[in-house]
Design a protein around this ligand. Structure first.
Ligand code: TXA
Ligand code: MG
Length: 330
């Protein structure tokens, strides 16, 4: 049976399960995570089983205190410290050289580990109560959309986990920025709420990984990700969105538009479309985008999504949207 729990008592029960070597779902400010004791390889294996995740895709290790880093990393450069100081706790994962204390199962045999200190109060209390760092990927079945509410997790993983800690709707709404600090030049492997511009202010030089993946750098990058159960296209502009919507409707697919408030208003001047309003700002879009994909796949048969551009966090949103749509554009 799967329970959604709140409050101190829930956190205590969840932490006890972690100490016993079980898995637990907990909220963070980015998305919900499926956690296990990062020092217990048998517990970590259960994460891969529940998610159906390939074993060569490493996990992020979550902490609730900067001092925990010394147990996880064998080397933390001055630059890495600077980034941690500037953005932790917050929606960033920093990759550094790992210590021997972390079993190979966590890092898929890599010599590095991704460390994340979430800012969500429930996440911090939970990790603190566990007394150990918590290895956790997003709490979704592999290839499905990441969960941003406890209810999304319940729908996907009910019967497979005992406890889901309730933390409300995740404020950020997309997964953390992953920054590799184990290379000569700091490299963003996955864009997120902490943008390249923000990191450059602290680090000077930083680049975003954009090469073709032969041997995967962030192994997760080579897998299909974030796919809703229905097809999805990204529209070049309002006119293209209207055309794509019309064609889908004529195929009888029950389409829906995912877009900003003004974009939807613009479309409605021409056509009375079903739409999920993602908000007015890029931050609102980031907060709402995964939740909207969840709703869309439950209630509709085809998604027409706005192109949000490449400025600031919109670029990070488009990274997820492009994966969800498989690169389909009209
Ligand atoms: O916001 C987040 O980061 C959420 C919450 C739960 O903290 N977690 C999350 O985990 O998104 P996951 O497993 O869904 O994505 C982690 C990504 C994967 O693509 C993985 O390949 C990459 O991080 N990764 C983890 N450790 C790595 C390492 N040592 N080197 C390179 N990539 C790594
Ligand atoms: Mg994930």
């Amino acid at each position: 049976m799967t329970e959604i729990l709140t409050g101190k008592e829930g956190i205590e029960r969840a932490a006890e399960l972690i100490r016993k070597g079980e898995v637990v779902v907990f909220p963070t400010e980015t998305v919900y995570g499926l956690g296990a004791n990062a020092f217990d390889k048998n517990a970590v294996r259960k994460i891969f089983e529940v998610k159906g995740r390939p074993m060569d895709n490493p996990l992020i290790v979550h902490i609730a205190d900067i001092a925990q880093i010394d147990k996880l990393a064998c080397e933390v450069t001055l630059q890495a410290r600077k980034v941690m100081q500037a953005f932790m706790p917050g929606p960033i994962t920093v990759i550094v050289k790992k210590s021997d204390a972390i079993p190979d199962e966590v890092c898929a045999g890599l010599k590095t580990v991704g460390i994340r200190f979430p800012s969500h109060a429930v996440a911090q209390e939970f990790i603190w109560a566990c007394g150990v760092p918590v290895a956790a990927p997003s709490a979704n079945t592999s290839t499905k959309i990441s969960p941003t509410t406890a209810e999304h997790v319940y729908e996907d993983l009910k019967g497979k986990v005992e406890i889901i800690l309730q933390g409300g709707s995740c404020q950020v709404g997309i997964e953390s920025t992953i920054l590799d600090m184990s290379t000569d030049i700091p490299t963003i492997l996955r864009p997120g709420a902490i943008t390249e511009e923000m990191l450059a202010e602290v680090l000077g030089e930083v680049k975003t990984f954009s090469g073709k993946i032969v041997v995967a750098k962030a192994p997760g990058m080579k897998y299909k990700h974030y796919a809703p159960d229905c097809d999805m296209v990204v529209a070049e502009n309002v006119q293209h969105a209207i055309e794509a919507y019309r064609q889908s409707a004529s195929r009888g697919e029950n389409p829906v538009v995912l877009a900003k408030t003004d974009y939807i208003a613009e479309m409605k001047k021409t056509l009375d479309v079903n739409a999920i309003d993602l908000g007015a700002s890029d931050e609102e879009v980031m907060h709402n985008v995964f939740a909207a994909m969840h709703t869309a796949q439950d209630k509709y048969g085809f998604i027409v999504c706005q192109d949000f551009g490449d400025k600031g966090v919109a670029k990070s949103v488009m990274n997820r949207v492009n994966k969800a749509s498989g690169g389909n554009r009209v």
